[in-house]
Design a protein around this ligand. Structure first.
Ligand code: FAD
Ligand code: PHB
Length: 390
């Protein structure tokens, strides 16, 4: 088999790139290790920035997102028993975010790829990129007994943090940067009315908590837990008791609880690889970087990689202009690091660190007090949360 762009990974990054390129007449093959059902069961991102939504529209897959997604003009930060609003729209001159689940947008992308007759191979085992430093790279994968080869012009690694693409780059060609936090987020999804129509991020001495949502009838809640914890230690009732303790009284009292339909722990980590390219291989999304979820930047940063790479590939195929491909890594990384800085800042602001001293705690309290006493400080938070310009 032969294609122009071979894409490893059928998560949001891989599917979005494939759909965008298809619209511009560029052929792709997407190789996904898991089944479609498995990919759709993962409950992950919920908050999309404006430029992500624009990219979905450009790919002609934004219709349901625009119909069912909820525009959020602001969110709350709770601490010291009260909650204060961050008015995104007012602070950014009209910008907002959209609450629309990663599961839903992945479903929309699958549908679009199916309708266009796109080649998307699920359960592709042992995917391997080859000859990346040569002009003729190719992919192999196993389907049952058979090993299939796909010759490509370019290969794009969209296979997430644990994928094969990043591992295929010789260690001496890259530098990695990492911070592992000593805690994770225990997340629960319930079919209940959300306690607040806007997200509430809570700082509390028992640890961070977040009240989020997917729709008016689907709530997503998180609490900070130690890295060593396990979902088995958290029956629903215990989870909600702990969540309530970390929220202002008015919020806890209003909370409607119900049985969890999903429960999982996500460790918090920051990671970046530089450069995000090796020969004919380009990395995009979680394959190249992981952001802690506190600033809701992960998927949004993946989308900015896809934006740069999409335009670079279009320029290559339509005008033989390779400047976008040559500068891809540099441009993508500049935005990745801004997202990292913001997520790091928000993680530090709102979490309880096991080794924090009374001094550190006062600094955290002062940072929050300062934030809500200064329009300028709030505006910085808001402009990062809605997404910096591409
Ligand atoms: P992935 O979604 O990881 O997709 C990679 C795909 O590649 C997978 O389908 C995988 O099966 C496949 N794959 C892996 N290895 C191979 C292989 N060897 N061969 C073939 N296929 C392979 N981001 C936000 O912007 N906003 C949020 O509100 C937000 N909330 C989050 C909440 C949680 C709890 C978590 C965990 C993450 C959150 N994120 C958020 C981050 C976001 O979910 C990720 O950044 C996003 O999933 C990245 O998409 P991706 O397509 O790059 O990678
Ligand atoms: C979510 O709804 O899953 C979510 C929302 C905001 C975040 C992280 C996750 O910052």
């Amino acid at each position: 088999m032969r294609t122009q762009v071979g894409i490893i990974g059928g998560g949001p990054s891989g599917l979005l790139l494939s759909q965008l390129l298809h619209r511009r007449g560029i052929e792709t093959v997407v190789l996904e290790k898991h089944s479609r059902e498995y990919v759709l069961e993962r409950i992950r991102a919920g908050v999309l920035e404006h430029s992500f939504a624009e990219l979905m529209r450009e790919a002609q897959v934004g219709e349901r997102m625009d119909r069912e997604g909820q525009i959020h003009d602001g969110f709350y930060i709770a601490h010291g028993g009260i909650k204060k609003r961050v008015d995104l729209r007012a602070l950014t001159g009209g910008k907002t975010v959209i609450v629309y689940g990663q599961t839903e947008l992945t479903r929309d992308l699958y549908e679009a790829r199916d309708q266009a007759g796109g080649i998307l191979i699920h359960n592709a085992a042992d995917v391997k990129p080859h000859d990346l430093a040569s002009p003729h790279p190719y992919l192999t994968y196993r389907l049952g007994e058979e090993t299939v080869r796909i010759d490509c012009d370019y290969i794009v690694g969209c296979d997430g943090f644990h994928g094969v693409s990043r591992q295929s780059i010789p260690k001496e060609k890259v530098r990695t940067f990492e911070r592992v936090y000593p805690f994770g987020w225990l997340g629960v999804l319930t079919r209940t009315e959300p306690v607040s129509p806007e997200l509430i991020y809570a700082r509390h001495e028992r640890g961070f908590a977040l009240c989020s949502l997917r729709s008016p009838t689907l709530s997503r809640y998180y609490i900070q837990v130690p890295l060593s914890d396990s979902v088995d230690n958290w029956p629903d009732e215990q989870f909600f008791d702990e969540l309530r303790r970390r929220l202002p009284a008015g919020v806890s009292e209003a909370m409607i609880t119900g049985p969890s339909i999903e429960k999982s722990i996500a460790p918090l980590r920051s990671f970046v690889i530089e450069p995000m390219r090796f020969g004919k291989l380009f990395l995009a999304g979680d394959a190249g970087h992981i952001l802690p979820p506190t600033g809701a930047r992960g998927l949004n940063t993946a989308a900015s990689d896809i934006h740069y790479l999409y335009h670079a590939l279009v320029d290559h195929y339509s005008q033989r202009d390779d400047r976008g491909l040559e500068s891809y890594s540099q441009r993508a990384l500049a935005r990745v690091w801004k997202g990292q800085r913001f997520s790091w800042w928000m993680t530090n602001l709102l979490h309880r660190f096991p080794d924090s001293s009374p001094f550190d705690e006062r600094i955290q309290e002062t940072e929050l007090a300062y934030l809500f006493s200064s329009e300028k400080a709030l505006a910085l938070l808001a402009e990062n949360y809605v997404g910096l310009p591409l």
